[in-house]
Design a binder for this molecule. Structure first.
Ligand SMILES: *Cc1c(COP(=O)(O)O)cnc(C)c1O
Length: 236
């Protein structure tokens, strides 16, 4: 199948899953995760109507963003940074992306706030939660959420929009739903405290169904759109 066909199929699946659990499919945004994939693949996705893209690596993502800014100025693409973010790369992210999904430290939030150029709108950010409590994984513990949210709320160049998680991998649908429901509970708690919370980023190729069932508003899909990733090949 082509990338175009994959996108149409994923959208149909999102609609079908949403209807099954009596949600409005329009509440679920699709991010096409294009990490390691070439410009040509992104172009195909754009031809299928896709506008939201997710990238994990700063340099690679910026090369793509610059390409489309230079060559396709009329496209309203939205770039989401979804990888781990190191302090020394935060300036590049602040200058080029519209969203960051992986905020887990006040230090990074403060840097992004300082480095966000004045001519750009506030950076949309999500707090990453380590929902499966994995020692080696990114994200903060659920009970640290309100502390970090309070700090972010006070930064004028950041706009806190919600939460993101990458749960421990399992193929058990019920287990996936249980974990994602814990995220949904946290999301509702945050929403009850702050006005601008409207985004729960969860669900990848292998757990999209559970994520939507549990209340995700933004799924991040790579493999099911672009095929398997080959890390060894040249990137652009
Ligand atoms: C790579 C990646 C995805 C996409 O994963 P697939 O399994 O290919 O759909 C989503 N979210 C994050 C944070 C990723 O790093």
């Amino acid at each position: 199948m082509t990338i175009k066909e994959n996108i149409h199929q994923i959208k149909q699946r999102i609609t079908a899953i949403a209807q099954q659990c009596e949600r409005d499919p329009k509440q679920i945004q699709l991010i096409a995760v294009s990490k390691t994939k070439p410009i040509s693949a992104i172009k195909e996705a754009i031809e299928a109507g896709q506008r939201l893209f997710g990238e994990n690596y700063v340099q690679e993502g910026i090369a793509k963003i610059e390409y489309f800014q230079k060559n396709h100025t009329n496209l309203d693409l939205e770039w989401h940074f979804i990888g781990p973010l190191q302090s020394n790369k935060s300036k590049l992210v602040a200058e080029n992306f519209s969203w960051v999904h992986t905020i887990e430290r006040d230090k990074i939030a403060k840097r992004l706030n300082e480095q966000r150029p004045n001519h750009l709108p506030a950076m949309n950010v999500l707090i990453q939660i380590n929902i499966s409590n994995e020692v080696s994984k990114s994200g903060i513990a659920p009970d640290e959420m309100f502390n970090l949210a309070k700090i972010i709320q006070e930064l004028p160049n950041l706009k806190l929009r919600g939460l993101m998680a990458i749960p421990a991998e399992t193929t058990d649908l019920q287990q996936q739903i249980v974990t994602f429901k814990r995220m949904y509970d946290l999301y509702i708690q945050l929403q009850n405290r702050y006005e601008n919370i409207d985004t729960l980023s969860m669900g990848m190729t292998h757990d999209m169904q559970a994520a939507i069932t549990a209340g995700s508003t933004m799924v991040r899909i790579g493999t099911a759109i672009f095929g398997a990733r080959e890390y060894k090949s040249a990137i652009i």
